[in-house]
Design a binder for this molecule. Structure first.
Ligand SMILES: O=C(O)CCC(=O)C(=O)O
Length: 268
């Protein structure tokens, strides 16, 4: 599988509509890839809290329309990162969108772990409640978003649902870049799965972004890593490696479930 992670620059001076069109053009340039990934809230900026309500949109809103047509034109599976979704009841969600090469919206994932403690996303958005997987050609992908990366139980539940790779759009701050790299590798090693972690570049709302999107293989080796600025990170994934690593070093099979005090995750 050829995967291209678009680490787009989020600059508050660039109008959202222009960034949307620019992102779509970047997706079209990835024709020939199998999977294209954009980061979390790239249209508005993950820390641009004052713009969340203004830029909120339904699942058939402007970002979904533009991304659907970009996926169709490029003929790729597209994880279009996340949008500020306005749900039917008016609540806002941080919602990831996955399109088929035919441009169909095949999966959505509402971020479960909201970031900010008692501020920002944590108070402005509602939490998702359902882990989500999507069958891509050659592998089942588990979906997670940014802060979710800190919660291994979500990833284990996704493995129980069949995930062989994780796609993690993010707007991770530079200040905690060391955690980003470490956690991406940890989730890959402990779950013996590929991790495709796609962040943003630039500074918005005073928060410098880490960039350094990274793809980690099921052994924990870094397959490719971006720098700090806008960049497309293109990598080739050997999806059969997931089964090989799981067979040769069968740690997942050695899980001991049912120990008092250790919660059992029964899948989804
Ligand atoms: O966990 C972190 O350090 C960053 C999380 C974050 O920025 C987010 O989820 O938007």
């Amino acid at each position: 599988m050829r995967a291209s992670l678009i680490q787009i620059n989020v600059d508050p001076a660039e109008p959202v509509a222009e960034r949307r069109d620019r992102a779509a053009a970047l997706v079209r340039e990835q024709a020939g890839s199998d999977l294209v990934v954009l980061p979390e809230l790239w249209h508005v900026g993950a820390f641009a809290f004052e713009s969340f309500a203004v830029e909120a949109e339904p699942l058939d809103g402007p970002t979904a329309r533009v991304m659907s047509s970009a996926a169709l034109d490029a003929g790729v599976w597209l994880h279009a990162g996340s949008i500020v979704e306005r749900g039917a009841g008016g609540d806002l969600f941080n919602t990831s969108l996955v399109f088929s090469p035919g441009g169909e919206l095949v999966r959505t994932y509402r971020k479960i772990h909201r970031f900010g403690f008692d501020k920002g996303e944590a108070v402005l958005m509602a939490a998702g409640t359902e882990p989500v997987t999507v069958a891509l050609p050659g592998a089942v992908a588990g979906l997670a978003t940014c802060y979710d990366l800190r919660f291994p139980e979500l990833f284990r539940a996704l493995v129980d649902a069949g995930a062989q790779m994780f796609v993690v759009p993010a707007g991770w701050p530079e200040r905690r870049r060391a955690h980003w790299s470490l956690l991406a590798r940890a989730r890959a090693v402990e779950n013996q799965a590929y991790v495709l972690a796609c962040g943003t570049a630039g500074t918005h709302a005073g928060v410098e972004q880490a960039g350094h999107s990274v793809v980690v293989d099921p052994w924990g080796d870094v397959v490719g890593e971006a720098g700090a600025g806008e960049e497309v990170l293109a990598v080739d994934l050997d999806l059969a490696r997931v089964a090989r690593v799981r067979d040769e070093f069968p740690a997942l099979k050695d899980r001991v479930l049912g120990v008092p005090g250790i919660p059992v995750i029964n899948g989804l």
